[in-house]
Design a binder for this molecule. Structure first.
Ligand SMILES: [Zn+2]
Length: 304
């Protein structure tokens, strides 16, 4: 039987330079696919047209090239795909699963319901059976979720489960301003691009069951998931976009891609010694089993 090649993806948001966390997630996504002779797809996630730009998209492509992380094709950016998302929105309408939500932001934030660790709240279904919708207000649209336990066997985090009915509530798929939300756009884009594995930061783990539900409704197969740990400073603080001296704009002036990749690979447990190494060399010995699933501590002074 022919073994299908894996298809992975880079899905950056072109709103600034890549920081270390982005670089690490992109590196692992690439290693996982290239170590098995698979295909990589690039897609710009620019739904937020206020914060993103074509200039940053070009810089991201250049940063990936500098890192040695190549890809086989680039699919259309999300900002150009509203008409495609419309057809999937229509499908949810035909399934009878959509309803308008008129809740204001303050109503939603006042919701007296449990909050998940990722800061989201459980929508209590306030507008599910609204008989008297408020006049003159444009609604967002929610998809009804079902009482079902979704399980993810994550390549990095192991077993994870979420019940959308009790842990999330009915999900917004289109905002009042007409913009489709991340969960719908990602599901459609990954599904249409034939993506078979999604590797990204741990902060998106709770998105996986949301996307699996939409995949089921749209008729896409579920991809495999790998949610890589966050990078933490030695004091436990999360390294983030705020650490401007650690974005690629700064790092590229100081170190080589091999030094950066060697430092990340060593902190993540992928190599025993902290030594410069190219992504291509690292791919020869990449195994998910070697990757730390918990937080990765990185002494960034090594990169300064
Ligand atoms: Zn509502």
């Amino acid at each position: 039987m022919a073994v299908l090649k894996p298809v992975g993806r880079f899905a950056p948001t072109p709103s600034g330079r890549m920081h270390l966390g982005n670089v690490f997630a992109a590196l692992v996504a690439w290693l996982s696919v290239r170590s098995r002779d698979g295909e990589m797809v690039l897609r710009m996630e620019d739904l937020d047209t206020q914060r993103t730009s074509a200039e940053f998209a070009q810089i991201l492509r250049d940063d990936l090239a500098w890192l040695g992380l190549d890809y086989d094709r680039e699919t259309a950016p999300q900002s150009q795909r509203s008409a495609v998302y419309d057809t999937y929105f229509e499908r949810l309408t035909e399934l009878g699963l959509l309803y308008p939500c008129y809740c204001t932001r303050s109503q939603l934030h006042g919701v007296n319901a449990p909050h998940l660790s990722d800061g989201t709240y459980v929508y209590p279904g306030t507008c599910r059976s609204l008989t008297d919708p408020p006049q003159g207000r444009i609604p967002s649209w929610r998809v009804m979720v079902t009482d079902k336990l979704w399980t993810v066997e994550d390549k990095c985090q192991g077993h994870y489960e979420l019940n959308l009915a009790t842990d999330c509530g009915d999900m917004v798929v289109r905002r009042a301003d007409g913009v489709y939300v991340y969960q719908l756009a990602v599901t459609v884009d990954d599904g249409e691009a034939g993506v078979t594995e999604v590797v990204r930061g741990m902060d998106l783990l709770s998105s996986a069951p949301r996307q699996m539900y939409l995949q089921e409704l749209f008729g896409f197969p579920h991809p495999e998931y790998g949610h890589v740990p966050m990078l933490l400073a030695p004091d436990g603080r999360r390294l983030s976009k705020r650490d401007r001296d650690l974005d690629l704009g700064q790092l590229r002036k100081r170190i080589t891609p091999e030094q950066l990749i060697g430092t990340l690979a060593h902190a993540a447990g992928l190599i025993d010694q902290r030594t410069p190494i190219s992504a291509a060399e690292l791919a020869k010995e990449f195994r998910w089993d070697n990757l730390r699933g918990d937080s990765i501590f990185l002494d960034a002074t090594q990169l300064l």
